[in-house]
Design a protein around this ligand. Structure first.
Ligand code: ZN
Length: 552
C-alpha cells in the first residue's frame, strides 16, 4: 500500500502545464544517461571499432559462479559476450579469445535483474507518483544493484504515457517497460474515478507500443465494485498482455478469492502477495488465505511488490512455511519504500535468503521468473537468462556474510547473515556499473589493445574532458560533447571547451607505444593489478522449501 495522497495538492488541471515545465530532475537524468541508440551506447559517440580477427568475443567474465535458472546452471562457468549478446557459457573459455577478460572468481554471475514493480514517472507535481515527486529516476536506483530491466507498474495511464515515454523511458540506460494504469490519468488523485477507467483506450495504446507497454495495472481502488478489474481485463485481453493487481482496500463485496478464482486470467499477476490486508493470510492458521492456492493452480502469478508497507514478515514467514513462495521478487520502488524497509532489489532478495529460500531460487525470482511473468519473449526481449543469443544483460554479485538486520512494512526486524553486493552490471554487453573498478586498470598502467578497443565493451568509461588521462579517450570514446540542449559540457551556450593538457602517468612514442613515466611508479606495479579480495562462496542453504512448479 502507498501513502495516501495529500488532497491539498490536487494539481490535476495543471498537470499538462506542469509536464511542460518539468525540467530540473530530467535534465540531470539526461546528463547521466543519454538515450541509447539502436546500435548500443558506444555507437552514439563513435562507430564501433572492428573486433580483431583472432577474437571471438568482446568480453569474457571468467571464473564466476553462474546461476541461470532457465538453463539449470548453478556452477562455476565462464561467460562470453559478443555484439551485445551472450555468445558462450562454458567451463573454460580461453581469455585469448576475448578482447577483454574480467576475473570474477569468488563472485556470482547472474542474468541482469528484472524488477517488475517500480514507480519511475518522475516529474514536477508535488506529492504525486505520476509525473511527480514520489517517483524516482530509474538509473539512480537500478544499475547499482544489478537491475537492468524494470517495469513501471501503472504510474502512467493512456492519457500521459507518452509524456512518460518521451521523458523517462527514452532517456534511461535502464530498460524501462511499462504497465499502463487502467486509470487514464495514471497513479494520482484520479485513481478512484471509475469514469476514467477505459479498457479499450488502454488496450489500444498498449497495442501502439509493443515491447514497451507490457502489462496493465489496477491499484489502490477503495470501491466495492469490479469495474477497475473488469476494465483492466478488457485491456489486457485486447493487447495480449498480463494484468497486475494491487487489490486496494479489502471489500466484502469483492472478496479476494473471487478475484483469484474467477476474475483473473492465468498469467495475470497478483502483487503485494505478503501485504496481508485483503485476505492473503488466513487469520486462523496464518497460512495462505482463501483462494491463494486456487489462484496459483489456475496460473495466476504471485509477486512480492515490497513497497513501503506491503510486506510483513508476520505474513511472509508463515506463508512461506506453508510452501507459498513468490513467483517474482520486486521492490515497488518509490521515494518512500527505498528509504524504509525495502531499500532496493538486492535487499529484498536478502530478506528471502534470511527467511531460508535457496540463493538460486531468489535469483530465479529476480531474473527468469519475472521475464516469463511479463512474457518478455513475446515482445522480442530475450532477458532474464544467459542462453546463447540472449541479450547480454549480466549482473555480478559478491556475497557479504555477517550480521544484518532487515525490516518490514511494520518496523519488525529479522536478522540475516547474508547480503548480496552488486559488483558489476552489464547491459547490452556493456558495463553500466562497476563497484570496484574491475574493468579498469591502475592509474599508472599503460593502455593495451583492450583499452584501445574499449568501445566494444564499455559504455560508461570516464570522460576525458579534453585532457588525456588515457590516450584512448583522445578519440572521444567517452568525452564527446552532446548536442545542445541535452546537458553536459558543450551543451547550452554553444561555447567550445578548450582541451587542457594534463599530466599523464605514461607517455606515448611516435609508434603509439606507451611507457610509464619514471615519476609515476606507484605501489601497484604495471600488470599486477590487485582487485579487492574475492569473497568465499558459500554453498546455498539446503533446499528446505518445497520446490515450485517447473521453471520452464
Ligand atoms: Zn506500486
Amino acid at each position: 500500500m502507498l501513502r495516501s495522497f495529500n488532497l491539498s495538492a490536487r494539481l490535476g488541471l495543471l498537470m499538462a502545464a506542469c509536464a511542460l515545465l518539468s525540467i530540473p530532475l530530467i535534465a540531470t537524468a539526461q546528463t547521466a544517461a543519454p538515450q541509447a541508440p539502436a546500435g548500443g551506447y558506444g555507437g552514439m559517440r563513435n562507430a564501433m571499432p572492428a573486433r580483431p580477427a583472432d577474437k571471438d568475443y568482446d568480453l569474457l567474465l571468467k571464473g564466476g559462479h553462474v546461476i541461470d535458472d532457465k538453463n539449470h546452471i548453478d556452477a562455476i562457468m565462464d561467460v562470453a559476450i559478443a555484439d551485445g549478446k551472450i555468445a558462450k557459457v562454458a567451463k573454460m573459455i580461453p581469455a585469448s579469445k576475448a578482447i577483454k577478460t574480467v576475473d570474477v572468481t569468488g563472485l556470482y554471475v547472474t542474468p541482469g535483474l528484472i524488477d517488475l514493480h517500480t514507480h519511475v514517472f518522475v516529474g514536477n507535481d508535488i506529492n504525486q507518483y505520476r509525473d511527480g515527486t514520489w517517483s524516482v529516476p530509474p538509473d539512480g536506483f537500478t544499475l547499482r544493484v544489478g537491475v537492468t530491466t524494470i517495469v513501471d507498474a501503472g504510474t502512467s495511464g493512456w492519457r500521459n504515457f507518452e509524456v512518460f515515454k518521451g521523458r523517462i523511458i527514452d532517456h534511461s540506460i535502464t530498460r524501462v517497460l511499462a504497465e499502463l494504469n487502467i486509470v487514464g490519468d495514471g497513479m494520482g488523485e484520479h485513481e478512484q474515478n471509475t469514469d476514467d477507467m477505459d479498457g479499450k483506450l488502454t488496450g489500444a495504446l498498449a497495442l501502439k507500443y509493443p515491447g514497451v507497454i507490457v502489462g496493465v495495472k489496477s491499484a489502490h481502488y477503495t470501491g466495492g465494485d469490479w469495474k477497475p478489474y473488469d476494465q483492466a481485463e478488457i485491456a489486457g485481453t485486447m493487447a495480449h498482455i498480463p494484468v497486475m493487481i494491487d487489490y486496494g482496500s479489502r471489500r466484502i463485496e469483492r472478496p479476494l478469492y473471487q478475484l483469484l478464482e474467477e476474475k483473473l486470467r492465468p498469467g495475470d499477476i497478483y502483487t503485494h502477495m505478503y501485504g496481508g490486508s485483503r485476505g492473503e493470510q488466513d487469520s486462523t492458521t496464518g497460512g495462505p488465505g482463501k483462494g491463494m492456492w486456487e489462484g496459483r493452480q489456475r496460473g495466476v502469478y504471485f509477486d512480492v511488490g515490497h513497497g513501503q508497507s506491503s510486506f510483513y514478515f508476520s505474513v511472509a514467514i508463515p506463508l512461506i512455511k506453508a510452501g507459498f513462495v513468490p513467483d517474482s521478487i520486486s521492490t515497488d520502488l518509490h521515494v518512500d519504500s527505498m528509504n524504509a524497509g525495502m531499500k532496493d532489489e538486492d535487499n529484498v532478495g536478502d530478506k528471502f535468503l534470511a527467511m531460508g529460500l535457496p540463493l538460486k531460487e531468489v535469483i530465479a525470482d529476480m531474473t527468469w521468473h519475472p521475464a516469463r511473468e511479463m512474457q518478455l519473449a513475446s515482445h522480442g526481449l530475450d532477458l532474464g537468462n544467459l542462453s546463447v543469443g540472449a541479450i547480454a544483460d549480466v549482473a555480478v554479485f559478491g556475497m557479504r556474510t555477517g550480521h544484518f538486520g532487515f525490516t518490514d512494512g511494520g518496523g519488525a526486524l529479522l536478522y540475516g547473515t547474508k547480503k548480496l553486493e552488486c559488483e558489476l552490471t552489464i547491459k547490452d554487453g556493456k558495463f553500466v556499473y562497476d563497484l570496484n573498478g574491475r574493468e579498469f586498470k591502475p592509474w599508472n598502467v599503460p593502455p593495451d589493445d583492450a583499452d584501445r578497443l574499449s568501445r566494444r565493451w564499455t559504455s560508461l568509461r570516464v570522460a576525458a574532458f579534453g585532457g588525456n588521462p588515457r590516450p584512448i579517450t583522445a578519440t572521444g570514446a567517452a568525452g564527446a560533447a552532446r548536442p545542445a540542449g541535452q546537458g553536459g559540457q558543450g551543451g547550452q551556450g554553444g561555447a567550445q571547451r578548450q582541451p587542457q593538457p594534463r599530466w599523464s602517468a605514461y607517455n606515448a612514442d611516435a609508434n603509439g607505444k606507451f611507457t610509464v613515466r619514471p615519476d609515476a611508479k606507484g605501489p601497484v606495479a604495471p600488470g599486477k593489478a590487485k582487485y579487492p579480495p574475492a569473497v568465499t562462496l558459500e554453498t546455498s542453504p539446503s533446499d528446505v522449501w518445497p520446490a515450485k512448479q517447473s521453471s520452464n
